[in-house]
Design a protein around this ligand. Structure first.
Ligand code: UDP
Length: 358
């Protein structure tokens, strides 16, 4: 395969610059795909909104207005593009420069790139980073899969199933991280972690209540996306033992995370995957998550964490009491065997070659 090196154009999410955290897990996913494919010898160029901060990857910054996040819209909201849209500008660049590349990989959760697929001369793969939210997007995903089978990649089966599509025509690739960036910790402090965008779909309030009931301090890290939502949590639980540490770099994040007894994952929505789950496992931190969405495909019950009835704070509390049954070494081992950058790069590369040869 290494003689078959590809020139790849990766087109980022238009909701925010890389490194801003606005894009959530897809930012880490794109960077790690770029990194692992570059390590395998492929030539990588990333197109991303202006202000993107990326180390050791060739990034072309594109100006324009950012896209509104899909999860803040209703299912039947028509397709929206702001004037001078960065999404439009990135795809205009891609159209003009396509002859310089073998393949494009799209990371936008948007209608436009899927719609444009048949108009390009080169093949386009689409990484779909969230579950179904919009009727218009569902339809164009279904159409694209019918016309170009296997060009749509999802994190998990649970996520893909929300789109109502034919199972054999798509690919589930999970995710992967640079394990050397996360240090194993065998002896945690008396504290729990919660990571992610601070936004209603993540239901931070459930983890805060679990911290209040158990009296175990909760360290909160992540992008402050909805300030009024955060204020309301503080008003509702003024005496909960919580601390917000800010939106941290991967290195800072893992320093705090590894010292926690567990990561609490409390999504109200169908989480496509949950990159934070594998970051926790890489540090040897068990994951306590609602049995909902892609995260339920990650956690090995009783071995690397506990799955809890969705929306049950009582369930979270009971699981916290059972943390002594989890061997933290098993958590790290699972990350090493299933989510290393090498293992993931292999899965992604196989997908690219299957599409290019089809
Ligand atoms: N994250 C971060 N700094 C923080 C907290 C979180 O960089 O302080 C990143 C984390 O590494 C992960 C992302 O935020 O990549 C959250 O992604 P996830 O897939 O868990 O959820 P999403 O935001 O995509 O719904």
């Amino acid at each position: 395969m290494s003689s078959n090196l590809l020139k790849l154009l990766l087109i980022s999410t238009p909701v925010g610059p890389l490194g801003s955290g606005i894009g959530g897990g897809v930012e880490l996913t794109l960077l790690n795909i770029a990194k692992t494919l570059q390590q395998r010898g492929h030539k990588i160029t990333v197109l991303a909104p202006e202000g993107s901060v990326v180390e050791s990857i060739n990034v072309i910054e594109i100006s324009g207005n950012l896209q509104i996040m899909a999860q803040s819209q209703d299912r039947d909201t028509p397709i929206i593009l702001p004037p001078d849209s960065v999404l439009e500008n990135m795809w205009d660049y891609a159209r003009k420069m396509q002859n310089n590349y073998d393949l494009i990989i799209n990371f936008a959760y948007d209608w436009l790139p899927l719609y444009l697929t048949p108009f390009f001369k080169i093949k386009i793969l689409h990484w779909i980073s969230m579950g179904s939210f919009s009727d218009a997007l569902d339809l164009i995903v279904q159409k694209t899969i019918e016309q170009f089978p296997n060009t749509i990649g999802f994190y998990t089966k649970t996520q893909a199933e929300t789109f109502n599509i034919i199972p054999q025509n798509f690919t589930c690739l999970q995710s992967g991280i640079s394990l050397e960036q996360y240090q194993f910790c065998a002896t945690p402090k008396h504290q729990l972690a919660w990571l992610g965008r601070i936004a209603p779909e993540k239901a931070l309030e459930d983890a805060v209540l679990a911290a209040k009931i158990t009296g175990i301090p909760l360290k909160i890290m992540g992008k402050m996306q909805d300030e009024s939502y955060w204020q309301k949590i503080n008003q509702d639980y003024p005496d909960a033992p919580i601390e917000y540490l800010g939106f941290l770099s991967t290195n800072e994040l893992q320093k705090h995370l590894r010292e926690c007894q567990a990561l609490l994952m409390t999504p109200r929505w169908v989480e496509a995957f949950g990159n934070v789950a594998i970051e926790a496992l890489a540090c040897g931190v068990p994951v306590i998550a609602y049995r909902r969405g892609g995260t339920a495909e990650i956690v090995r019950e009783g071995e690397t964490g506990w799955l809890v009835e969705p929306d049950s704070v009582e369930g979270l509390v009971e699981a916290i009491k059972k943390l002594d049954k989890i061997d933290r070494l098993w958590c790290r081992k699972q990350a090493e065997t299933e989510y290393s950058l090498e293992a993931w790069g292999h899965r992604v590369e196989k997908w690219l070659f299957e599409v290019i040869q089809s």
